[in-house]
Design a protein around this ligand. Structure first.
Ligand code: ADP
Ligand code: ASP
Ligand code: MG
Length: 412
């Protein structure tokens, strides 16, 4: 029997009624002759509630206990989905991550999948079970404790199962009917893409488009999983949704495929640090040790042997970064006159593999922002993306302006 992986996100299992709708879809695939592995998220809002409880109980929480708590939401929906399928006379059984067992490393709250043995589930398929319902987002560490894969991690569970079971496809059911040129919540002009290249999806995801977790795209690319994003609320035909696929499988595409944004960014500047060999290592070493995820970096022009160093980081890591810098100053590793923090910035990025062979995308981007009177604070580029840091209050405006200037509402 060909195996199909179907993943249902939080909004798609938010109520018993929605679980029933999702189960009907699964039943149809079973009737089509598939063995199905269903990956479920927690009911929407549940994981946020659980994270809130953990933070309220213990602000500097032990990540092992965080995982024990936040993994529970998926266990509920896995059991309910299996029961719903059984009520429809579809032979189904649920698995928590540890029962599979989905083996991860010990990086609690951000664990990486190491192995998914297929024996337990395949034995059940051999006995006539038609659907294995697996709790997404969770696994088990070498120490035997529950781990979680980071927010949005059920996407990664789904792709990893598709790879392990050599599935014909991995369908990600969500509350939008595919991957759009930008988040459809920001502009009604956003257009659904029929196909998007792995590389582009990887950039969009890592630059803030939360429709797929970045790791899931990485895994799909590495293991050549056919990955599709589609709506759990609409009836889909065979070509519905967006196929995430190899670049070669896309005939024609726009130079810019999409615009991504990340709201919760911050910018820090160390004023007047000594411009000497090793200064960057002296600054970014302690930040890395404090687990600060530094993203963009700019070193300004040096005058009289002093320079300013600016970098961006997630807004919720400001306290950790400030402490790391103050400690490094106190120990004499670095010296700066002042540490200036701007907690109200957002990152906007344009992404497209067409940028490899097209000049002028950056200048068009900067002009569009200039025309809206939006000041650019930091710029970074790579082969297929350009990112800028701007004041957060202009974020929506910037996304809309860039969507317009690159005419993303039009097909190539
Ligand atoms: P799920 O709970 O199903 O995992 P998520 O909320 O994680 O769903 O992801 C779906 C959401 O991603 C959409 O509701 C949409 O607002 C957002 N999103 C951001 N960027 C994009 C994009 N480029 N295309 C589609 N959706 C996007
Ligand atoms: N429930 C988890 C979260 O909200 C995992 C997921 O839904 O992908 O992050
Ligand atoms: Mg998600």
């Amino acid at each position: 029997m060909p195996t199909l992986v179907m993943k249902f996100g939080g909004t798609s299992v938010a109520t018993l009624d929605r679980i029933r709708r999702a189960a009907k879809r699964v039943g149809r695939e079973v009737a089509n002759g598939h063995d199905v592995i269903v990956i479920v998220s927690a009911m929407s809002g549940k994981t946020n509630e659980l994270v809130g409880w953990v933070e309220e109980t213990s602000p500097m929480f032990d990540a092992r206990e965080y995982d024990a708590v936040v993994s529970s939401g998926e266990q509920v929906t896995a059991g309910l989905m299996a029961l719903t399928l059984q009520e429809m006379d579809v032979p189904a059984r649920s698995w928590a991550g540890w029962q599979v067992p989905l083996k991860t490393n010990s990086a609690h709250a951000a664990a990486r999948i190491e192995e998914i043995p297929t024996e337990n589930i395949n034995a059940k398929f051999a006995e006539g079970m038609k659907v294995a319902v697996v709790a997404g987002f969770q696994g088990i560490s070498p120490e035997g404790r529950i781990t979680t894969l980071g927010r949005g991690g059920s996407d990664t569970t789904a792709v990893a199962f598709a790879a392990a079971f050599d599935a014909i496809r991995c369908d990600i059911y969500t509350d939008v009917d595919g991957v759009y040129t930008t988040d459809p919540r920001i502009t009604s002009k956003a257009r659904k893409l029929d196909k998007i290249a792995f590389e582009e999806m990887l950039e969009l995801a890592s630059l803030g488009a939360k429709v797929l977790q970045t790791r899931s795209v990485e895994l799909a690319m590495r293991f050549k999983v056919r990955l599709r994003v589609l709506s759990s609320f609409e009836d889909n035909d065979d070509n519905a949704g967006t196929l995430v696929c190899a670049e070669e499988d896309i005939m024609e595409s726009n130079v810019v495929a999409g615009v991504a944004f990340s709201r919760d960014e911050a910018k820090m500047t160390l004023l007047s640090v000594a411009d000497r060999p090793g200064i960057a290592a002296a600054i970014f070493g302690p930040l890395a040790d404090a687990s600060v995820n530094v993203d963009m970096i700019v070193q300004n022009i040096s005058e009289d042997g002093r320079t300013d160093m600016t970098f961006s980081l997630p807004v919720n890591q400001i306290a950790r970064a400030e402490k790391a810098m103050d400690d490094a100053k106190a120990s004499g590793e670095i010296n700066f006159s002042q540490l200036v923090t701007d907690a109200d910035v957002a990152k906007i990025s344009v992404v497209g593999i067409g940028m490899r062979s097209h000049a002028g995308v950056a200048s068009q981007m900067f002009k569009a922002l200039r025309d809206e009177g939006i000041n650019i604070k930091v710029i970074t580029t790579s082969e297929i993306k350009i990112s800028v840091l701007i004041d957060r209050k202009y974020m929506e405006l910037a996304v809309q302006a860039l969507h317009d200037t690159f005419e993303l509402h039009k097909t190539a």
